[in-house]
Write a protein that binds this ligand. Structure first.
Ligand code: FES
Ligand code: FE2
Length: 555
């Protein structure tokens, strides 16, 4: 079974590359001292990752390709790395922003390649089932909530399920006894996953076979919801991304890209004031719990000192806590979720204890779509390069990240630490369901990679509402221009011809223009203003859908 899983994890062309390069099979590796089963699994996995780490790499500090100039602060994994059991599935994963869920209908989601359906059962709260009907695998998320008993009905043949996934009805079986027997079969049940709402997010425990232990809680910062702390924008920002879990987290551990990739769009980050990062200390080495890094330099010049702790809480939270000299704290909480190969989902929350004027808080709550548009721009600015980068890494003839990347600067410590965690604790890659093709296809068009509507707005009530109003106003502007322009033109022509009632004979020449001329001019001005407003609304509308991000054009 382990061998099957390993085959699943390694993309076929990488396995072929290793074979072609004459890589020793795991069976030929040096004999290891006896260890607990999960420890052996971590070591063996590391020995077979495409990063090419030798067996026993868990005991040595990882180094990037090209030994010279390697960062002095490259983290050395602590003895016993992976000593705690790590499981991708026995973990809480954020699956939705709770306020964005519609209790009147099922919502589709996907975590770790497993399709899920979220819905509100009769007992209240939320239920998460595997998104496939046990009858003939139709997606339950295409179904409906039956109003009489709040069961989830598959719309293919009408089977119904309760919040635990138990089958409540099979309409095709007439005899009540036979129907009850069929419904009670385990084969009639939909797979159910434990879930809970916490901190504004809905969390799912991805091991359907065994419930979470009582001490396993979703990793939510306790400051969220506490007096004196604000979640900027009023809620979590969610976006689907066209690059994978490892590319997303690698990027989140890479502060030195900020002044370049996000030049001019993220606070005062600008490429002209980029600075090297000084020492980065590993406060907690990679383990099943994650790792923690510390630095006291920002990636660009800032007026005062800023201390940053970057905490990776396995398997999904990147918590960056920044403290300024004035005592303000900013917590950037990023949850990166593996959806499918080459696809991930980001939940971002910005929490601060900085005092915000009450009016600013109110406006932020009422116009959170403005805040979301800002986040969309930031994510667009690295979406395409990351989408292409991970394809180049997967296809790299050099092998994995150690061979393909050249990481000579201390600034890359976070990258090395995260990749090391992935290799040595996470097993090198996500354990997708059997049958999943982990190969990434050719790069998608930019319009798809930066499709803001598909990736965020259609899931966001605030953005959808804003777009509805923009479309209404745009239609009103179109109608106003369509009426005002011909009326204005007609009035001016009539005035010029002296045909307007009240205008003197010969109009302009003898009796004057009468009231027609001002009316005509006003109508034409109204038409022009409506067209200009329509154009501005169209540009705003496109910011909810697709706006290309071209770095070379950003001054
Ligand atoms: S596939 Fe769902 S009821 Fe038939
Ligand atoms: Fe939004």
């Amino acid at each position: 079974m382990l061998a099957a899983r390993m085959q699943q994890r390694a993309p076929p062309q990488q396995a072929q590359r290793r074979r072609a390069a004459g890589a020793a099979p795991a069976a030929a590796a040096p004999r290891l001292p006896a260890r607990p089963t999960h420890w052996r699994r971590a070591v063996r996995t590391a020995s077979t990752t495409d990063a090419g780490a030798p067996v026993g790499a868990t005991a040595t500090a990882p180094r990037p390709a090209g030994g010279e100039g390697a960062p002095a602060a490259a983290p050395a994994p602590a003895p016993g790395i992976g000593g705690d059991a790590f499981s991708w599935h026995r973990a809480w994963w954020p699956v939705a922003v709770e306020s964005q869920l519609d209790p009147s209908r099922p919502t589709a989601a996907m975590v770790l390649g497993v399709p899920l359906v979220i819905w509100r059962p009769a007992e209240g709260g939320w239920a998460v089932l595997e998104d496939r009907c046990p009858h003939r695998l139709a997606p339950l998320s295409e179904g409906r909530i039956e109003p009489s008993d709040s069961t989830l009905q598959c719309v293919y043949h009408g089977w119904r399920f309760d919040g635990s996934g138990a089958c409540r009805d099979i309409p095709q079986i007439e005899d009540p006894k036979a129907r009850a027997t069929a419904c009670s079969s385990g084969r009639a049940c939909a797979r159910s996953f434990p879930c809970q709402a916490k901190g504004g997010l809905l969390w799912v425990w991805m091991d359907a076979k065994s419930p979470p232990p009582p001490d396993a809680a979703p990793p939510v910062a306790e400051e969220i919801g506490r007096e004196g702390w604000t979640l900027l924008g009023g809620d979590w920002f969610m976006r689907d991304l066209e690059y994978g879990f490892d590319t997303l987290h690698e990027n989140l551990h890479d502060p030195s890209h900020i002044p370049f990739t996000h030049h001019g769009i993220m606070g005062n980050a600008r490429r002209e004031i980029a600075t090297p990062l000084g020492e980065i200390k590993t406060e907690a080495a990679p383990s099943a719990k994650g790792f923690r890094l510390w630095r006291d330099t920002a990636p660009f010049k800032i007026p005062s000192r800023m201390e940053t702790v970057n905490n990776f809480v396995a398997p999904c939270l990147n918590s960056t806590v920044q403290k300024t000299a004035t005592g303000r704290t900013f917590m950037l909480q990023f949850y990166g979720v593996p959806v499918a190969p080459g696809k991930s989902k980001l939940f971002a929350g910005f929490v601060t204890n900085a005092k915000l004027p009450p009016l600013a808080r109110k406006l932020a709550g009422a116009f959170d779509w403005v805040f979301h548009l800002g986040q969309q721009v930031v994510l667009d600015s690295d979406a395409y390069l990351l989408h292409v980068q991970e394809r180049l890494l997967q296809a790299s003839p050099a092998g994995g990240w150690r061979q393909s990347f050249y990481l000579p600067a201390t600034a890359d410590t976070g990258i090395i630490t995260f990749r090391t965690w992935m290799d040595q604790v996470g097993g090198g890659s996500i354990p997708w369901p059997l049958g999943t093709d982990a190969r990434l296809g050719p790069a998608l068009p930019r319009e798809v990679v930066m499709d803001r509507w598909a990736q965020h707005c259609r899931h966001c009530k605030s953005c959808r509402r804003a777009v509805t109003w923009i479309e209404r106003l745009r239609a009103a502007c179109t109608a106003a221009a369509a009426v005002a322009a011909p009326v204005g033109a007609f009035a001016l022509l009539a005035a010029a011809a002296g045909a307007w009632p009240g205008a003197g004979a010969g109009a302009a020449g003898a009796g004057g223009w009468g009231p027609a001329a001002p009316l005509g001019l006003a109508c034409l001005a109204l038409a022009a203003a409506a067209l200009l407003a329509r154009r501005a609304l169209q540009r705003l509308w496109s910011r909810f859908h697709f706006t290309d991000y071209v770095h070379a054009d950003v001054k």
